[in-house]
Ligand binder design. Structure first.
Ligand SMILES: O=C(O)c1ccccc1NCC(=O)[C@H](O)[C@H](O)COP(=O)(O)O
Length: 208
């Protein structure tokens, strides 16, 4: 049986969607401060987290932001994790005083070379796309994710959906799975049936 897998629902933009994800059992919920159709403001995230019931960890997603900007937002929103989704250096990551999910765009074997330079809490593997840094809706070769586990705990992202998340967990046995577009009605608005099925199917792998 697979180990306990953490489920992160990303790209949340409003309280109703965030509360639904938490109520269905999400372990982490992600808010995108990077440029994205799912981008949120500090005020929007404060409004969500101030009113949210439950104990999911909150994740702020940034890409090549000024360090001081990240630290300020993290403090103002009391974020539990910082997800760095750009080309932040290892020394930049060391300066963040909160647990880090460092995202890596995976294209081929060579993409894994970057991981060995970083000492972070979690390695989030996402699909390489020349035009998007996240939310691609596309999977990558999961054999590379299996190989990446030698560097530390990985979160598998990229093109996961209710219908393939169980297969992904059975194959890769990651520390966590992450989804954004695969559980949406449209960019920035979640489909509750898909959110429920995604979390159910991910947790099913643990024998739930
Ligand atoms: O989702 C976005 O729009 C996004 C934009 C810029 C940086 C990061 C972004 N998403 C971060 C995530 O953690 C997503 O969940 C991850 O990329 C997977 O997305 P998807 O393939 O749509 O499930």
């Amino acid at each position: 049986m697979a180990d306990t897998v953490q489920v992160k629902i990303c790209g949340l933009t409003n309280l109703a969607d965030a509360q639904t994800a938490v109520d269905f059992g999400a372990d982490l919920i992600g808010f995108i401060f990077a440029s994205s159709p799912r981008q949120v403001t500090l005020k929007e995230v404060r409004d969500i987290t101030d009113n949210l019931k439950g104990d999911a960890a909150t994740v702020g997603v940034f890409a090549d932001h000024d360090l001081s900007n990240v630290q300020q937002i993290a403090a103002d929103c009391d974020l539990d994790y910082i997800q760095l989704h750009g080309s932040e250096s290892p020394s930049y990551c060391q300066k963040i005083e909160r647990p880090i999910l460092k995202a890596f765009s995976i294209k081929d074997q060579e993409s894994l070379e970057d991981l060995k330079k970083y000492d972070v809490d979690k390695y989030l593997l996402d699909t390489y796309d020349p035009d998007k840094i996240g939310g691609t809706g596309e999977t990558f070769n999961w054999d590379l994710a299996i190989e990446a586990k030698k560097y530390g705990p990985i979160f598998l992202a990229g093109g996961l959906k209710p219908d393939n998340v169980n297969q992904a967990i059975e194959k890769v046995n990651p520390a966590g799975v992450d989804v954004s577009s695969g559980v949406e009605l449209r960019a920035g608005k979640k489909n509750y049936r898909k959110v429920k099925r995604f979390i159910h199917n991910a947790k099913k792998s643990e024998g739930y």
